[in-house]
Design a binder for this molecule. Structure first.
Ligand code: HEM
Ligand SMILES: *[C@@H]1O[C@H](CO)[C@@H](O)[C@H](O)[C@H]1NC(C)=O
Ligand SMILES: *[C@@H]1O[C@H](CO)[C@@H](O)[C@H](O)[C@H]1NC(C)=O
Ligand SMILES: *[C@@H]1O[C@H](CO)[C@@H](O)[C@H](O)[C@H]1NC(C)=O
Ligand SMILES: *[C@@H]1O[C@H](CO)[C@@H](O)[C@H](O)[C@H]1NC(C)=O
Length: 617
């Protein structure tokens, strides 16, 4: 079931791979001294020996590194000049005099663990503009929040920017060979294979959403009636993974069957059940930790094995995830061998096959027609589980966070829900097309709190990014350069969105501001990316989120953020209030691994609405 089961520590593998590079400088010194001794026995070279020789060997490594860095910089500058371009601006040495920008990496790690999203970039953005060179570990690393440049990565120069080897090496333990990390023909294979499953016909059946939304909402209602706050983020993570697994694989993993978490103060020593172990809890925990480790390793690029020398931490966490996802795979494989009329007619196989006839083909069945390589199948499952769970959970979580902070917007949204659908009826595909305010609320959440706030591409063979201001020169991106971009930073720029850019205001998607800002330049809003690799699940996600919100707002009329229920480590630091801007308004902390989430959960209480009958509406 798994790849080669020989466990060589990642650091050792890394060293083996890079031994030739590491040995080259000292070997050169050795050869040089040796030749000196042989051919020039009377020169100073032949006098070198003992400690001096050892010192020279050791010194050869940083020296070679410095020379190669200088050489690369020279070549790049030369190539840029030939093309009439410039290199992206780098921070001055003054700011970070440490070799390899080590200080910057440490600062960034700290900010990523405890700060506000993108805060670690604030200073650079202010001094260097919206596209600059981060220069990490002696290599160029472009960062941008410039729509023209993100557009180049994703659309206009798609063929020059790929996910790249560096990303694949980082993401391999989490995503393997699936659609997310693949490039070229392998990516096309995955994309072609998965696309038909997101067509209109397949995403307009809301049975799956309805069942799981009902489970989630009644669990919450039960808790609210007992007076408890609920971690909404946890609830919707379960809702989205159950919905996604049923949609894609024909069978949900049943996370909503387990009781919800209580706030941390709910227990005394006599009724403490928070330490009970469950597969679902460890699934959720492993899933999150695996993404977290992957995200943190990303800043080391392909050198990550040096930081996880003895153990691939992501791989460890993936074991908890596989315990839940592997049975789906095994069943699907059994189903296939059952279909092929093999003699083994076990009960399990037969039962699954019977059920499958009624449900139609799932993505997994479809996939199995092409391959029964369990590694490929499992990677694909994992990719789609990552794609489908946390992203949609994120938009739902941040929408509810905003609704809890803006009662006026909540009132307006409920009004639309009750007017268009009423208090009981199940919404349909057609309903959503007419619910412009709901869309605007979702869009506004995607703008201020994009579920995928940061992303990365790698330049294949060199490229030019267009100049932003007239009279500027284009920016040269050397082959192999890693290019990070942030839609979060872009979505919050007042020069692109107007003076109210930092306010949560859904009307900006409905009034004259659309024509002023978004229509002339659609690339300022990219929550789902753009170009050939645009999110496949976009419509699925809009409908899933819309469905859940409508069902929720039909039942509940008021939403309250319960800060006391948040564990201390999740609460907003007092200093934030004094720092102004959007940070001063935040009531929760947020962070991102691959997707953005609320630290320690979004603890809410909701008030049940009065029953609205169909006739009243
Ligand atoms: C609000 C919810 C969602 C957001 C904001 C979102 C965002 C994104 C983004 C930014 C990408 C591009 C990643 C990259 O190329 O670097 C992406 C790709 C993708 N998304 Fe989503 N996504 C959401 C929901 C979903 C759902 C529910 C599914 C499926 C169940 C899904 C399936 C995919 C797939 C398969 C890709 C890979 C496309 C490719 O590389 O060709 N997404 N998504
Ligand atoms: C645990 O017991 C305490 C009192 O002993 C009670 O207040 C609390 O509600 C109980 N917690 C749960 C989750 O039932
Ligand atoms: C309940 O159990 C958890 C996990 O074992 C523990 O951390 C916590 O301190 C316990 N709480 C009480 C009130 O005993
Ligand atoms: C997969 O195989 C089954 C039977 O083996 C067939 O009925 C079905 O049409 C195939 N699906 C695809 C997409 O090839
Ligand atoms: C929300 O954003 C999408 C993508 O840009 C756009 O197509 C749609 O019209 C927007 N909806 C509203 C109501 O603003």
């Amino acid at each position: 079931m798994s790849r080669l089961n020989i466990n060589i520590p990642p650091g050792v593998l890394y060293l083996i791979k890079h031994t030739p590079h590491l040995l080259f400088p000292p070997v050169t010194v050795y050869v040089f001294l040796f030749l000196g001794h042989v051919y020039f026995p009377d020169s100073t070279v032949s006098l070198i020996g003992g400690w001096t020789e050892i010192f020279l060997h050791i010194l050869s490594l940083p020296l070679a590194l410095t020379l190669s860095v200088w050489y690369t910089d020279l070549v790049n500058a030369w190539n840029a000049w030939k093309l009439g371009a410039v290199m992206a601006k780098s921070p001055s040495l003054w700011e970070d005099p440490t070799p390899g920008g080590f200080l910057s990496i440490l600062r960034m790690s700290k900010a990523m663990r405890s700060g506000y999203p993108a805060e670690q970039l604030r200073h650079r953005l202010d001094t260097l503009g919206h596209t600059f060179n981060m220069r990490i570990l002696f290599t160029d690393r472009i960062f941008t929040a410039e729509p023209e440049h993100i557009k180049a990565f994703l659309a206009t120069q798609f063929e020059h920017f790929e996910k790249g080897e560096d990303s694949r090496s980082t993401f391999d333990s989490l995503l393997g060979t699936g659609v997310f990390a693949a490039d070229g023909d392998l990516w096309k294979f995955h994309r072609t294979l998965t696309r038909p499953f997101f067509n209109r016909d397949r995403i307009s059946h809301f049975d799956i959403f309805d069942r799981h939304a009902e489970e989630a909402i009644s669990q919450m209602r039960e808790r609210f009636r007992q007076g408890w706050a609920v971690d909404f983020q946890e609830v919707v993570s379960r809702f989205t993974i159950d919905s996604a697994t049923e949609f894609l694989f024909g069978k949900d993993i049943g996370t909503l069957n387990e009781p919800l978490a209580y706030p941390f103060y709910a227990f005394s020593s006599s009724n403490n059940t928070s330490n009970t172990h469950s597969t679902i809890k460890s699934f959720a925990h492993s899933f999150t930790s695996a993404q977290m480790h992957t995200f943190h390793r990303a800043r080391w690029g392909k050198h990550w094995p040096l930081v996880e020398f003895w153990k691939d931490r992501t791989k460890e966490e993936m074991k908890g995830v596989r315990r839940v996802l592997d049975p789906i795979l095994v069943q699907a494989l059994e189903r296939k061998s059952g279909k092929q009329g093999e003699e083994k007619e076990e009960e399990g196989v037969k039962e699954v096959r019977d059920r499958e006839v009624g449900e139609g083909e799932t993505l997994l069945d479809h996939l199995i027609n092409y391959t029964d390589d369990p590694v490929i199948l499992r990677d694909e499952i994992m990719n789609l589980a990552v794609a489908g769970r946390d992203t949609t959970a994120s938009i739902l979580t941040f929408t509810m966070y905003m609704l809890s902070q803006h009662p006026e917007i909540l009132r307006k949204l409920r009004e639309e829900v009750l007017q268009k659908i009423g208090g009981k009826r199940r919404p349909t595909y057609e309903d959503f097309r007419e619910m412009r305010y709901l869309r605007a609320v979702l869009n506004e959440t995607l703008r201020l709190y994009p579920p995928v706030p940061f992303n990365m591409r790698q330049c294949k063979d060199g490229a030019l990014l267009p100049p932003i201001k007239p009279g500027d020169k284009p920016i040269y991106v050397p082959p192999g350069t890693r290019c990070a971009y942030s839609v979060l930073v872009m979505h919050r720029r007042p020069d692109l969105w107007g003076p109210t850019a930092l306010d949560f205001d859904p009307d900006r998607f409905l009034d004259s501001r659309v024509h002023e800002y978004l229509t002339p330049n659609p690339f300022i809003f990219l929550p789902f990316n753009a170009g050939p690799r645009i999110c496949l699940g976009q419509q699925f996600a809009y409908h899933e989120a819309s469905f859940f919100l409508v069902r929720l707002l039909q039942r509940f009329g008021a939403i309250e953020l319960v800060e006391e229920a948040m564990p201390l480590t999740g609460r907003v630091p007092k200093e934030w209030k004094d720092e102004g801007g959007i940070k001063a308004r935040e009531r929760v902390q947020m962070r991102s691994h691959l997707t953005m989430y609320v630290v320690e959960g979004l603890w809410l209480k909701m008030e049940e609405a009065e029953e609205v009958t169909e006739e009243e509406v």
